[in-house]
Design a protein around this ligand. Structure first.
Ligand SMILES: *[C@@H]1O[C@H](CO)[C@@H](O)[C@H](O)[C@H]1NC(C)=O
Length: 269
């Protein structure tokens, strides 16, 4: 009886150990890269690991992978810990070797393994999937277009456009598809285009194109349309002022940044 309860105890304990091993780190699965080319890999993790050390590891097995670089230390690849977004980015240059890579958070506790996830780099001279530009910039309220190129071998594979943060995807069909502000069109031969319009600040971040099992990351940044804001702040400032004030603001605008214009608006009230 005593023996039995010990067995039960051990297996229950083991069960909890299993649960505590659920990893929060998440990255892409299989990234296509041109031999000798560059790619930036995003990895995200739970908020609670914000302050932990992060690293990039290379090798087929976690237990034997070799640490290539720690975050925010000089080195190649350059691994950056964007702590405010629980995001890690790994910039790989002159990529030459296919294989498994790991994004990891150092836990430093012998009972709890490091939090990690792996991806596969598929390096080839002519990748089956690529993007025309991997960093695209748009303005708030404006639009951006990303072009994803696929090989003849991937012509009949499923194409997707996904957001990294939540893993939400838009499936690309051969005919065009419309989904709120995301418009995707596949030429059915070698490329599909993703147009994101009515951009909001919150649309900024990491995305990926996929075709079949391959992925390519794309970063989208959203800036403020300077001319819009200036016009806006000027019209707000002009309320209740005479023409002389408007002249004043116009000349002040030239060569000054947005924050200075807002400061002036507050001063004048
Ligand atoms: C790492 O470096 C980046 C860029 O230099 C910086 O923005 C970030 O705050 C740093 N992260 C940490 C955890 O120090």
């Amino acid at each position: 009886m005593y023996f039995y309860s010990q067995v039960v105890c051990v297996s229950v304990f083991g069960f909890f150990l299993q649960i505590s091993e659920v990893e929060s780190m998440r990255t892409l699965k299989n990234v296509a890269v041109k031999r000798g080319g560059s790619v930036t890999i995003p990895c995200i993790h739970e908020e609670k690991y914000k302050a932990n050390k992060k690293f990039w590891c290379k090798g087929n097995f976690w237990s034997t992978c070799s640490i290539v670089a720690y975050a925010n230390s000089s080195g190649n690849p350059s691994v950056i810990d964007h702590a405010e977004y629980n995001l890690l980015t790994v910039e790989l240059n002159s990529v030459s070797e296919s294989g498994r890579r790991w994004c990891a958070v150092e836990i430093g506790d012998r009972w709890q393994p490091d939090d990690r996830d792996y991806l596969y780099l598929t390096v080839s001279k002519d990748p089956d999937l690529s993007v025309r530009e991997s960093r695209v910039r748009g303005e708030e309220g404006g639009s951006v277009t990303v072009q994803c190129l696929y090989s003849a071998a991937y012509q009949n594979k499923q194409k997707q456009w996904c957001r990294f943060k939540d893993g939400q995807c838009n499936i690309v069909r051969t005919e065009t598809s419309q989904n709120s502000a995301v418009y995707i069109s596949d030429d059915g031969r070698r490329s599909f285009r993703v147009k994101m319009s009515r951009l909001k600040k919150s649309d900024a971040g990491w995305y990926w194109c996929s075709a079949g099992d391959l992925q390519v990351p794309v970063h989208i940044s959203v800036g403020v349309d300077a001319s819009e804001s200036q016009r806006c702040s000027v019209s707000q400032t002009t309320e209740g002022h005479d023409l002389a004030d408007i002249e004043n603001i116009r000349s002040w605008n030239v060569g000054h940044s947005l924050s200075e214009i807002f400061l002036y608006k507050q001063d004048s009230q």
